[in-house]
Design a protein around this ligand. Sequence first.
Ligand code: ADP
Length: 261
Amino acid sequence: DIDQPIIEEVEQEVEEWAEQQQRQLRDYERFAEYRRRYVGDISHELKTPIFNIQGYLHTILDDDSVLEDKKFTLKFLRKAAKNVERLQTIVEDLGAISRLESGELILDLETFDIKELATEVIEELDLKSREAGVTLSFKPGADTGFLVRADRESIRQVLINLVTNSVKYGNSGGETRIGFYDMDSFILCEVADNGIGIPEKHLPHVFDRFYRVDKSRSREKGGSGLGLSIVKHIMEAHQQTINVRSSPGLGSTFGITLGKA
Ligand code: ADP
């Protein structure tokens, strides 16, 4: 039968086409589900501070006796202001993530000394960390700087997020040390603290957006739950890595790799 091979070919083509359609549909459904969850997560995160602000303002506005008590009124206004700050952090961090995810962030690669950048970051966060009772310093042996090639502003954001976390989740009287290591094909930069640490089962998730080990502690410290997600995006944009090791009660060490200049 001379028609047979053609029919088989056509059948195969139709099958391949159907499979491709199914794959596209599955991809689309996955994307739709991702978007649904993203929007859901964001609205959930925004709700808490908005409810808080509403609560504090209504307490003042709905009760003359509260309004007449200046101390009380001030206390509630300060709490409302703190929640506005939280909203602001969340919105700013979301903006950063959306720029990173859309590929809008074009890396401005330059050659710089990572120790110099870390010194700037330590200086910038010194006051905040001293208030929390955490000392910032370099690891012994980290006295030489290393030249790396990366987007300086983004890596500065990475270090700020990591050091800020080490202070937020550190203990009063604790310390954070930044170390640098020449690993031949790359530079390893580590931010190590002796704070509360992260239980092992949470470690794979800490870079997910809005993931928190301890929700109340994170919120109380003004965290948006997006800091490590931003860090991960920035490192991925550099085609570099971020790792974490941690022991509850002993502390955490976050390490990033950077290309040598
Ligand atoms: P957040 O705004 O909540 O700090 P992040 O994305 O920066 O959000 O961090 C995610 C979670 O990872 C935090 O809520 C906290 O539970 C945990 N975490 C991050 N850094 C540290 C650290 N240095 N020590 C202990 N836990 C940490």
